[in-house]
Write a protein that binds this ligand. Structure first.
Ligand SMILES: Nc1nc2c(ncn2[C@@H]2O[C@H](COP(=O)(O)OP(=O)(O)OP(=O)(O)O)[C@@H](O)[C@H]2O)c(=O)[nH]1
Ligand SMILES: [Mg+2]
Length: 200
């Protein structure tokens, strides 16, 4: 019995307050049809929020569908999903639209992001330069993720780095946008890069 507890109960040990994980905003960016929505859908632990619209005949000749013939929709605003990395850290994932005509939305989507994963398709490197350039110019930490469509990557990492003019400090990885583990690994590379920047 303790002097302060006339009922004789043993005082409970102090419990450390449970802190919610730190929210971190991360952007999944890249050109048209590179696999952004696929990646968010593969990794998100909640049903991802998508804003897909049907690709109509109006887009014929504007958007290159030759490498993704099964693609019938395109993102017109953004994708949203989330991923708990560990009890201290939770990523909130924002996927950009890929079509150039929606480029004006990127600034709003990227606002406050700790980092970005820029997905590229090596079959259409020309279409991927703008996204890399965007992150480079805004000095947002990012990594380039080469989406291995059907396991095939048409250029080596060094060739991609050269073609897209990616600085040596920027990580370039090969991944599969459909595979949860693969997307997670790519996001961890961005996190590491962002943290390295924060630390100096
Ligand atoms: N074979 C294969 N198909 C893929 C892969 N990733 C995506 N796809 C397909 O490629 C197409 C493009 O995927 P999306 O995820 O819609 O691409 P996106 O970058 O979000 O496209 P936009 O929002 O329109 O710019 C879809 O038909 C996917 O099913 C992949 O790794 N391998
Ligand atoms: Mg999309």
């Amino acid at each position: 019995m303790t002097p302060n507890d006339p009922a004789g109960r043993t005082p409970a040990a102090p419990v450390a307050p449970v802190r919610p994980p730190l929210p971190v905003k991360m952007v999944i960016a890249g050109g048209f049809g590179v696999g952004k929505t696929t990646a968010v859908g593969a990794i998100s632990e909640i049903e991802p929020l998508t804003t897909e619209a049907a690709i109509t005949e109006v887009a014929a000749g504007v958007d290159d569908l030759s490498h993704t013939p099964t693609k019938t929709t395109t993102t017109v605003a953004m994708d949203f999903g989330c991923l708990t990395i560990d009890p201290t850290l939770k990523l909130y994932l924002f996927g950009t639209p890929g079509q150039e005509r929606f480029g004006f939305m990127w600034d709003d989507i990227v606002e406050g992001a700790l980092g970005g994963l820029v997905i590229v398709d090596t079959r259409r490197l020309d279409d991927c330069y703008a996204a890399v350039d965007y992150f480079e110019h805004r000095q947002i930490p990012f990594a380039v993720a080469v989406n291995a469509f059907d396991g095939q990557v048409e250029h080596s990492i060094d060739e991609v780095r050269w073609a897209l003019d990616v600085a040596d400090r920027v990580p370039v990885v090969v991944f599969d946008a459909r595979e949860r583990g693969s997307v997670r690994d790519a996001l961890l590379v961005v996190l590491e890069r962002a943290l390295a920047r924060t630390e100096g």
